[in-house]
Design a protein around this ligand. Sequence first.
Ligand code: SAM
Length: 295
Amino acid sequence: MRLPRLKRGSSPAPQTQWEWSELARRKQRMSEDFRAGAGSATLVQPIPPAPNHLELSVADWIRHQVESERYWFQKVELFPGYFSPGWDDPAQNKLPYYGLPDDLTGMRVLDIGCAEGFFSFEAERRGAREVIGIDSFSDSVRRFNIAKEARQSNATAFLMNVYDLEPKRLGTFDLVLFYGVFYHLKHPQLALERILSICTGELRFQTHVFEEPAVKDVPSARFYPHGMLSGPQGEHFDPTVFWLFNSACCVGMLDHVGFTDLEIVSSNPHPFVMRARVPEPSPGTPPDQTQSPWC
Ligand SMILES: C[S@@+](CC[C@H](N)C(=O)[O-])C[C@H]1O[C@@H](n2cnc3c(N)ncnc32)[C@H](O)[C@@H]1O
């Protein structure tokens, strides 16, 4: 499709058609750059064999695996004093605001978009009886597993898309963490429906929002056809962002699918965090294997 080229006006407001058609070209160039080297690239980064690996200490073996990864998103403590080299530090910039209950004793917890597992491991540390993470990106699951082994964690990550959640696959959960995924979704309302189907207790929901005084109380959405620029000078480009909503819209969407007791935990608006419950809570359970989970 040829995108109409609009003149750059004096006020390049976010999402003018000029901007998104420019982003479409930028995304296209990124894709071409990737494809240029894809013929010799691998999905799974090979870990180079370590000399005398049977003589390495466990700590050195963990360091070797961590350093062999090209990229870490989250900074996670892998053993006392040693952290994965993630550029995001959730202990500082997320955990204090995200409304994670202090005591999760006995709960089944689902961490959607778990990345390298920071919130999964934190839920386990707070007493959850079982923690499951899902992520649709295979790299995330592989790095999660390095962190899991390093921490001797029982949290488990599966490669799964939020749209595929249903009770017969992973069971139901007392607490569902849905942090930092909503804006990546093309079909956000479908995701909320799938989440309601597996949540038998509470949801914690975090996303980025836009707030404009003119539509403050009107549920409103902004679509990003080809990704979003962020940062003070628009220096970051994320081609995987599709929707931003205002807080009234987030409340409306959760209400629409059937969550109740909606409460905004943090509205700063970064981070914007909500708490919600299902109408009739019951204990989370693993999947009932007599109900043919494979069909
Ligand atoms: C911005 S990171 C947030 C990670 C973590 N929840 C946090 O708040 O630090 C988004 C994560 O969600 C995953 N993700 C994106 N779309 C997803 C989907 N449809 N289903 C499951 N995971 C998804 C990405 O692979 C990525 O690991």
